[in-house]
Ligand binder design. Structure first.
Ligand code: GLN
Length: 279
């Protein structure tokens, strides 16, 4: 089969299924089916196994996320294994790493990092990659997520500085941290069904569902933060669109005098930044 014809047929089908970048995704899927880099596609035209390619295409037509089909996703400077057990890392969440870097201009000042609801481990591992003197712990209540985060620590050469624990939020933690990160579930329960099928159908509700108003996780996490942060510590929590004011109020009630926000590339207040001591 001619490669151009294969790609056109796939791109047409993807477009009809409502996929945003059909031509690019057709190339990525074909390269994955052939197990070659995208740039090598033209050399491999003769070796297309239509069955393997069609199986991948069928998964994407069912709106399974590209990252799950390809098996990995880039985040910050890292490449992470993904699985249906956790959220797929998103560029929005890189806003939290930017906020952490801004909070600690001296990269060696961060010694202990905590990531609550670590999932793939993306926030913990990106932080460890930027703060060379840091040791960190990622916590996830889903055993499959905790195992995945541990694999991703090894995959990125960070296992000697990363511990992963399977538990409910910070329940097993006694010590204090310089940097606390979290991307908790924050979608209002009744709004999950309206998200795009890649998210609503293929990502776990346990990583998305923030209860009736989406704020349940913040009500649990924010009051616990003063007891988990070192004196000069900073916590950075991901927010959903429109949640900034409610989350800031919860932070003020927990004793954070000046809860700050950081916007993502779309201009949405994406990160709540909480300094334990106001300088
Ligand atoms: N950002 C995700 C989405 O909108 C939700 C992530 C979360 O609940 N933490 O699909």
């Amino acid at each position: 089969m001619q490669i151009g014809a294969v790609l056109r047929r796939a791109a047409d089908a993807l477009r009809a299924a409502g996929v945003e970048s059909p031509a690019l995704e057709a190339r990525l899927l074909l390269a994955h089916a052939l197990d070659v880099p995208q740039t090598a596609l033209l050399d491999r035209a003769a070796e297309i196994d239509p069955n393997r390619f069609d199986a991948l295409l069928a998964r994407r037509l069912a709106r399974e996320p590209m990252a799950l089909i390809l098996g990995h996703q880039g985040f910050w400077t890292l490449d992470l294994e993904v699985s249906p057990a956790t959220l797929i890392p998103r560029p929005d969440s890189e806003t939290l790493i930017e906020a952490a870097l801004e909070a600690f201009p001296d990269r060696t000042a961060v010694r202990r990092v905590l990531d609550l609801g670590t999932g793939t481990g993306c926030l913990l591992l990106a932080a460890l990659s930027e703060f060379p003197a840091a040791w960190g712990v990622g916590i996830d209540r889903a055993p499959a997520a905790a195992a995945l985060a541990a694999r991703n620590a090894r995959r990125n050469g960070l296992a000697s500085r990363a511990a992963v624990v399977c538990a409910d939020w910070a329940s097993p933690i006694r010590g204090r941290f310089d940097l606390i990160l979290s991307n908790p579930p924050y979608i209002a329960s009744q709004e999950i069904g309206a998200l795009m099928p890649e998210v609503a159908v293929h990502e776990p509700a346990s990583a998305l569902d923030g209860g009736l108003d989406g704020l349940d996780a913040y009500r649990t996490l924010i009051p616990a933060l003063p007891g988990l942060l070192n004196e000069a510590g900073t916590a950075v929590l991901e927010l959903g669109q429109g949640q900034a004011e409610s989350a800031r109020n919860l932070a003020r009630q927990a004793g954070f005098a000046a809860p700050a926000l950081r916007r993502d590339l779309a201009g949405i207040a994406r990160a709540l930044v909480l300094h334990r001591a106001v300088p």
